[in-house]
Design a protein around this ligand. Sequence first.
Ligand code: GLN
Length: 470
Amino acid sequence: MKASELSEYITAVRDGSIDLRGYQERLMKKLHDQNSRLELFSKLYEKPGGKNAGTLAALPFSVKDNICVKDFLTRAGSKILIGYRPPFNATVVERMREAGAAFIGTTNMDEFGFGTFSTNCAFGTPRNPFDDSRSCGGSSGGAAGSTAILKHHVALGESTGGSISCPAAFCGVIGLTPTYGRVSRYGLIDYANSLDKIGIMARAIDDISLVLPVIAGRDRKDPTSMVQPPLSLDGKKIKRIAVPEELSREVSDERIISMFWKSIDRIGDEGIEVEKIKMPILEFSIPAYYILASAEASTNLAKFSGMRYGKEGSHFENMYNTFFTEVRTEAFGVEAKRRIMLGTFARMVGYRDKYYMKALMVRRKIVEEFERVFRDFDLVASPTMPLLPPEFEKIEEMSPASIYALDFLTVPPNLAGLPHISMPMGYIDDLPAGIHFIAPHWEEGRLITIGRVWEQEMEYRFPMSLEGLN
Ligand code: GLN
């Protein structure tokens, strides 16, 4: 059981019992020192500010490096955006600041979100605070790692195919990915528009329920947010949970799967019925996801050409070939280039029907399959990741396709736009593992409810709390 420490902090800020300037100075200094070792932040903001009133009074918050902060370097982990300072704030940043929160910096990520281990980042590789020879997960690796070392803080992350859940599991924190369209994407540097969702990482379920209403809701600047039912955090009582065999069967680490079944038994002890089910279509989610995500990514990246944003080209003769080619060759990383090629191929005339259209059909079927399951069940559960945070050395030996395959637990709810949450499930060899819950569209409240149930069972461990208050 972990009581929210944020509320205490916020109350202390409001009634003036914290010397805010001094506190922030000490915090930023400690963060600087830690960052040279852990590389969680892409850039720290020296003067967080914030207000001493509001729902989130002076609460330190970080954003993933693909969420625009006005006049502050925002580079989506890519060299092609070196020097880019957005002329506006993302809606989520605007809303956090209006609620009083204090921005402390941007967090390191895989270039444009392309990755599972945050090893494809141009501005440092975030290291897991539980063991710095291991990955934080990805692509919101810095966001999860910073949450693991800071007691009074929340991170805004972003998920396309699992980039909130995966790092949350690897760093032993909570990661909530809301329904697609629940939180405005205005000011988010797109990876794949039909999949991208901004979400929250925090250390306690109460912190998630404190921050979600601040960032959620309609925003005229993002049409996909305009049709949504009101957010209710009182999810109905959870009675039945489904565990798809396809999701549990392929977890190769026996320790994770046995911890998962023990956790499920404990949930059963709370009077919740758990049943194994079959969802065969999920076997196709990885190929469908990588085709769709890459197809969208390849068109999104076309605008980075050395002219409008960030890095500028220098080769002005023969403009249309040499200029663009030079900048893109030099500034995009290997994984970004791979995605551009894969995505361009999948939507070419002649291949479009065979790949892109087929992937869209699979996606539709996955949505229908979840809808069918949710007629009988309140939630779907699985482990979050099939492995513990791997060592960087091991990652170097993995092929791109084998890395993609590791996303099979987190991709299905992302493809279907369903809200999901990863909670710390336990510790194996002193490394955290995560448990994953998926809810029907717009039912974030059910995730909060199950989060509370689960939190009763759990004693979280954090590698450190930089504030030095415990
Ligand atoms: N690992 C997945 C990918 O590389 C998911 C990343 C994400 O959600 N941004 O696409």
